[in-house]
Structures are given as C-alpha cells and as structure tokens.
Design a protein around this ligand. Structure first.
Ligand SMILES: [Zn+2]
Ligand SMILES: [Zn+2]
Length: 244
C-alpha cells in the first residue's frame, strides 16, 4: 500500500503547503483522508484521479480539512463520474456538507447526480467497514466549533494507519495509534502549548506509550517548519509518498 501526502499544511498556507489531504491506495483500497479547500487542484497536480476514489474520511468541519468536498463533487458531476462514492465523517456531516455546497455553489447540493453518493456519520468507538477498509473513530480535542472532532485508526490490507487529526493532547491518541504501522500526527508547534493543537514536545512525551512503527509529522506552523532541518523526526511535505 501507499500513502501520499497530497497536502500537509495548516489552515493558513504555512510554508506554501496545501490543506490537509492524504491519499491511501492499495490492491483493494483507494481512499482519501480529509479534503481541505485546496485539495482538488493539489490532487490533479499530483496525477491523482479523483473519480477513482471510493471513500473519503473527514475528521472535522474546518475548511482546511473539509471545504474541498464541494469542488470534488462538482468535478465528479461534470466529469460524468459513475463510480459510487462514500463520504464518512463526524455526526452532522450530511447537513454541514449541504450547507457548504450551497454557500459555495448555490443549488449544487440539490442537483441530481449521475453517481451514487452515500454520506455516513461515524460515532466514536464504533468501527465501520467499507469494503476492505475498517475505520475506528476516536474523539479528539480541538475546541468548540467545527466539530465533532474525530481521529482515525484505519486498518486495510494488513496495515494500520492512524491519524491524530487536529487535536491537543488526549489519552485517546494512545489506542488510536498504538503500534500503528504509520502514525500521522499533528505537530503544530515545537514546544509552545497552544490550545486545541499538539506540539512536538507534548507528542514526544507520550511516544513511548503509543510506540508507532513509523511516525510522520503534519499540519505544521511556520515556527515548526523553520525548525525542521534541526529535527530528527520525519516530517511530511506535499507530494511525499510512503510505502506500507
Ligand atoms: Zn487544520
Ligand atoms: Zn481544525
């Protein structure tokens, strides 16, 4: 399997990076984790065919993780997508998706589609299987608005991929990412404690409990990006691919 960091930026375009969007592919797997506002052009720039994607997992409703969906759905409509698509995310996703589609492209949520679209609300602790992929959502902590907030433990083709989403430290990150083949973790700041976000120092303090087989940092602020040359950790960059 392969995971590509289509975009690993924050909400502010720090470092010129694209909003969050990861593409996981394998023999029976073709899914997207988050679809931020800039994700459709980033996918096309990197040669990804959006109409081949079977499943999109959304962690929360902030624009840098969610606002790419109206563009992707419109593109699917106009390019005559026929393959069914499942979009799964936190409770309330159906209404939030309709609202953002109406805000950006009026009437787009009501236009009949030529492909089957299923919107699935996920509940924390309840695993769901989509084809060959099993997803377990965990509650993470990321403020008051834009939630509910979910991080994901994804099992596919004998591998475990965990994503913290945007969160401050929560003990839920331990079962979420425990001994995962790949743990993608937010490292927004280096050692400064910022509400609703994770610093590398805080993550580091808990790494022995989590014990991931591989760790890759994402969603970094300018402060973190400036320190990368001096760090021993692997950090994502847009277009980076990892074999699993
Ligand atoms: Zn974010
Ligand atoms: Zn966020």
């Amino acid at each position: 399997m392969q995971l590509r960091f289509v975009g690993c930026g924050d909400a502010f375009g720090s470092g010129g990076r694209s909003n969050t969007c990861f593409h996981l592919t394998g023999a029976q797997t073709n899914l997207l984790i988050d679809c931020g506002a800039s994700s459709l052009p980033a996918m096309k720039q990197q040669g990804i065919v959006p109409n081949d994607i079977d499943l999109i997992l959304i962690t929360h409703f902030h624009g840098d993780h969610f606002a790419g969906l109206p563009f992707l759905l419109l593109d699917a409509q106009f390019s005559r997508r026929s393959r069914p698509l499942v979009i799964a995310g936190p409770q309330g996703i159906e209404l939030r998706l309709a609202e953002v589609m109406e805000a950006l492209f009026e009437n787009s949520s009501r236009t009949p589609r030529k492909f089957e679209l299923s919107i699935v609300a996920l509940a924390p602790g309840e695993s769901r299987t989509f084809g060959a992929v099993t997803v377990t959502p965990f509650t993470v902590v990321h403020g008051e608005s834009g939630g509910p907030f979910l991080g994901y433990r994804i099992e596919a083709e004998g591998r475990v991929i965990a994503y913290s989403a945007d969160t401050e430290w929560t003990d839920n990150l331990v079962p979420l990412a425990h001994e995962a083949d790949l743990f993608i973790a937010e490292a927004y700041c280096y050692d400064r404690t910022v509400k609703n976000h994770l610093s590398l120092a805080t993550l580091e303090a808990h790494l022995c409990e989590i014990n991931p087989k591989r760790l890759i940092l994402t969603h970094m602020s300018d402060d973190m990006l400036g320190r990368l040359p001096t760090l021993t950790y692997t950090a994502a960059h847009d277009g980076m691919t990892v074999s699993l």
